[in-house]
Design a protein around this ligand. Structure first.
Ligand code: DP6
Length: 350
């Protein structure tokens, strides 16, 4: 009788786990997919986890639920995000051979629309929490592959610190691993937020358009050499080489976006502009700061936020330069978020 009660309890007991993952910032960008159905990229990419930009996700599988429930902060998720989460849970359920629905609660420690993608940290934390809740013991590579299916860049939020995503040829060999621990190099990202307005072309569409640019193949041809230089510069803590190549790579990505034609509302557009006028003002300011001796370079993702990269010891000086430049003209309400290299995705107590 006692044994039976225990057995029944085991069947109905919800299976739960909580995970934390950091967003990441790419130095070599993932831009363009070889196979969109599994987020297989056209090229290797390199990134750094962002220690202050974190998603914490709790997944609870419960036989009594008749549908997945997704809550972000204290409000139900948008339909689009809830669908994305359910699709990802399906991948985990398939791996575990379990059909239970789940309650998912997810919180970001950083603001939306700030130019730091919550999909990377969110899908990485979801992959770890959901697989652990169902008792799957995935190793780092398997977790990275799983996270990649949810959002390509999420595979880089599984390992620690400085990370390379090996493009691979198929599902099982496209994953990310750490090339250096977070403590390896004290550099930081000062993300200057210029606008929080939603972008017109989400990055998933930008990926699709990339191949249409006349510069796409040019970039892909020179990327293996550039990726090698950036990897080595990180390993050797060679900031000038790292900064130069990273900045040039960001501009190559944006040159492709700006020459990726698309049609919207029946109107033809010659390219995607993720920049705003103040983005360009800031990029020009960075060049001037360098002329004045400041060690600072920039990178940009698919949005107007400018990510300033500098050695940690120069962060205060760079911040002062940002504030001084912002004060030069009325209306520049730039907000700055600082991130240092961050750790891996981990399971935590709720
Ligand atoms: C510009 O990973 O958001 O940030 O795989 O469609 O979810 P999906 O795309 P996503 O693309 C990120 C693009 C980028 C560059 C990068 O992070 O490497």
């Amino acid at each position: 009788m006692y044994g039976r009660a225990l057995h029944q309890k085991a069947i109905v007991m919800p299976q739960t786990a909580t995970a934390r993952a950091h967003a990441n910032l790419a130095f070599v960008k993932y831009w363009g997919k070889a196979d969109a159905s599994i987020n297989l990229p056209l090229n290797n990419s390199i990134s750094m986890n962002l220690n202050q930009a974190t998603t914490i996700t709790t997944v609870t599988f419960d036989d009594r639920l008749t549908a997945d429930q997704v809550v972000v902060g204290d409000a139900p998720a948008s339909a689009a995000f809830a669908t994305r989460v359910s699709k990802h849970l399906d991948r985990v359920r398939d791996l575990a051979g379990n059909r239970s629905h789940a309650h998912v609660h997810t919180v970001n420690t950083f603001p939306a629309g700030a130019g730091i993608a919550s999909s990377a940290s969110g899908l990485a934390a979801l992959s770890l929490a959901a697989s652990a809740a169902l008792g799957l013991k995935l190793d780092e590579r398997e977790l990275s592959i799983l996270a990649r299916r949810g959002s390509g860049s999420a595979c880089r939020s599984i390992p620690a610190g400085f990370v390379e995503w090996y493009a691979g040829q198929a599902n099982d060999d496209s994953y990310a691993s750490s090339i250096a621990a977070p403590e390896h190099w004290a550099i930081c990202d000062l993300a200057v937020i210029i606008s929080r307005a939603a972008k017109k072309i989400p990055s998933s569409e930008g990926h699709e358009l990339a191949r249409g640019s006349i510069f796409s193949q040019v970039r892909l041809d020179q990327l293996p050499a550039r990726t090698e230089v950036i990897r080595r510069a990180i390993l050797e803590r060679d900031f000038a080489t790292f900064g130069r190549e990273t900045e040039a790579e960001a501009l190559a990505m944006h040159a492709i976006a700006m020459t990726s034609a698309y049609t919207a509302g029946n109107a033809w557009h010659s390219g995607v502009y993720y920049w705003l006028p103040e983005t360009l003002e800031l990029l020009i300011a960075v060049q001037e700061w360098r002329e004045q001796g400041l060690p600072v370079y920039f990178t940009l993702d698919a949005g107007p936020t400018v990510h300033l990269l500098c050695p940690a010891e120069a962060a205060d000086q760079v911040l002062a330069a940002v504030h001084a430049t912002a004060a030069e003209r009325p209306g520049r309400a730039w907000e700055v978020l600082r991130n240092d290299p961050g750790g891996p995705a981990v399971l935590i107590e709720p």
